[in-house]
Design a protein around this ligand. Structure first.
Ligand code: SF4
Length: 383
C-alpha cells in the first residue's frame, strides 16, 4: 500500500487556495500518494465499517434510516439512496467514515460565507455521496458516486483537525458533496476541531432530519443552506427531493441560534420566476427575520443542464432588488466577480463594510462586529 509523509501530504493537499473543484482533486490524490509513509491511499473498494447513528431496526433485518427525510427502508446487504450507508445483517453502517475523496484549503468566501470570519481559510473536506440528485450539480463526479468509484484518502478526524490547525485554517468546512451523508465523520471532526480551537462549518442542502441536526449544531459554528427553489415541483423534478424539509431545517437553525446563510442558485427558465422569488423572500423575512444573508448566485451550465445558458446578471440583480425591497438587509450576488452585490453594506449608513472582489477581501470597515462609520451592530461571526 502506498503511503505519504505528513509533510508531503500537507504540502500537496493545501497547495493553492481557490478555484479547484473536487473533480480536480480526485485526479490529484494518486499523485500526492506516491511518496512514502503516514497516510495510506485507500484504493477503490476500501470502505469504513462504523455503525450509523440514526436508524431504526425493523423486522427481518431491515432498517429505516432516520438521518434524512428520504427515510430509506434498507434490506440486508442493501444501501440507502445516498449509496454510502449499508445494512449488514440488520446493523446500519456508514461506509465513508474517515475516507475523504476531496480536501482543499479554500477561502471561506468560496463556500460562500460572507458574515463568518471574512478573509480566513477553511480546510475543506468531502466524501462520496449525496441524498439528492440535482441536475446542475457542479461536483457530480463525487456527489453521485459510490465510495468505490472515488479515490479516497484515509483522513481521521484527528488528522483533519491537525491539518486545519497547522495550515492556519480558522475552520473546517464539510462541503463539495453533501455532508449529511457523512454525518458521523463530520460530527467527530467538528468535536476534535473544537478541542483544538478550530471552528466547523457545514455547506449543505439542508436535507436532514431535525434530531440529527440539533445534535450536529452543538458542534458546528455556522451552516450554509442551498435553498434550491421555492416550489415543490423544482425540488421533485430537478433535485429528487422536497422543499418542505429544507424550510423546516431553516426554521430549526433559527431556533437553535447558530449562524447560517442561504444560497439560491438561479437557473434560467427553471427557478428564475420573480413571483416565486418574491414569495421566498417574504417567507424568509417572516420566518427567519431580516438579518439572514441571502446569496443569489449565477448558474454555469454543467452536468445534466448543459443545454441552458448561464444566468443573466440582470436576473440576479432583479432578484436582489426584490429581496431588498422585501426587507432583507444583506443580499448578495455570487459568481459575478467585481459586482457591487459582492460587498457587504451597512444597513444604516449604507457605506461598504466589507469590500470583495470574488473571494478576495478588498476593504474591511468592521470593528468588533460594528460599522466603523456609524456604529451599527452587524449580525455574524466576526472573530
Ligand atoms: S441519509 Fe442516505 S440512507 Fe439515510 S435516508 Fe437519507 S438517502 Fe437514505
Amino acid at each position: 500500500m502506498k503511503k505519504l509523509k505528513r509533510r508531503e501530504f500537507f504540502k500537496y493537499s493545501l497547495a493553492g487556495t481557490g478555484g479547484a473543484l473536487c473533480s480536480n482533486l480526485i485526479t490529484k490524490i494518486p499523485f500526492i500518494a506516491i511518496p512514502d509513509t503516514a497516510y495510506a491511499l485507500s484504493s477503490t473498494g476500501k470502505l469504513s465499517h462504523v455503525e450509523a447513528k440514526y436508524y431504526k431496526k425493523l423486522e427481518h433485518k431491515e432498517i429505516e434510516c432516520q438521518l434524512c427525510p428520504k427515510k430509506c427502508k434498507v434490506g440486508d446487504r442493501e444501501r440507502g439512496y445516498c449509496g454510502v450507508r449499508e445494512n449488514k445483517k440488520g446493523i446500519y453502517y456508514t461506509l465513508v467514515y474517515g475516507l475523504a475523496c476531496s480536501f482543499h484549503k479554500d477561502p471561506i468566501e468560496k463556500k460562500p460565507f460572507f458574515h463568518f470570519l471574512p478573509g480566513t481559510d477553511a480546510f475543506s473536506i468531502a466524501t462520496a455521496g449525496c441524498n439528492l440528485n440535482c441536475k446542475f450539480c457542479q461536483n457530480w463526479e463525487i456527489s453521485q458516486a459510490r465510495p468505490e468509484q472515488t479515490y479516497n484518502i484515509e483522513l481521521s478526524p484527528e488528522a483533519v483537525a491537525e491539518y486545519a490547525l497547522k495550515g492556519n485554517s480558522s475552520s473546517i468546512a464539510y462541503t463539495y458533496s453533501e455532508p449529511t451523508v457523512f454525518y458521523e465523520y463530520m460530527l467527530d471532526c467538528a468535536k476534535l476541531g473544537r478541542q483544538k480551537g478550530v471552528k466547523s462549518v457545514m455547506v449543505s442542502a439542508g436535507y436532514i432530519q431535525p434530531e440529527p441536526l440539533v445534535e450536529l449544531c452543538k458542534e458546528l459554528d455556522a451552516v450554509k443552506i442551498d435553498l434550491k427553489a421555492f416550489t415543490e415541483k423544482y425540488y421533485q423534478e430537478i433535485c429528487r427531493g422536497k422543499l418542505q424539509p429544507v424550510l423546516d431545517t431553516l426554521k430549526e437553525l433559527k431556533k437553535i441560534g447558530i449562524w447560517y446563510e442561504i444560497v439560491y442558485l438561479m437557473v434560467p427558465t427553471l427557478n428564475d420566476d420573480m413571483k416565486d422569488i418574491k414569495k421566498m423572500c417574504e417567507w424568509i423575512l417572516s420566518n427567519l427575520g431580516p438579518d439572514v444573508p441571502v446569496h443569489f448566485t449565477r448558474f454555469i451550465p454543467l452536468y445534466l443542464l448543459k443545454n441552458l445558458p448561464p444566468t443573466p446578471v440582470s436576473s440576479l440583480e432583479q432578484a436582489r432588488k426584490i429581496a431588498q425591497e422585501s426587507g432583507l438587509k444583506f443580499v448578495y450576488i455570487g459568481n459575478v466577480g467585481g459586482h457591487e452585490g459582492e460587498n457587504t453594506y451597512c444597513p444604516k449608513c449604507k457605506k461598504i463594510l466589507v469590500g470583495r472582489y470574488g473571494f478576495t477581501i478588498t476593504q474591511m470597515n468592521l470593528q468588533k462586529g460594528k460599522c466603523k462609520f456609524c456604529g451599527e451592530k452587524i449580525p455574524g461571526v466576526w472573530g
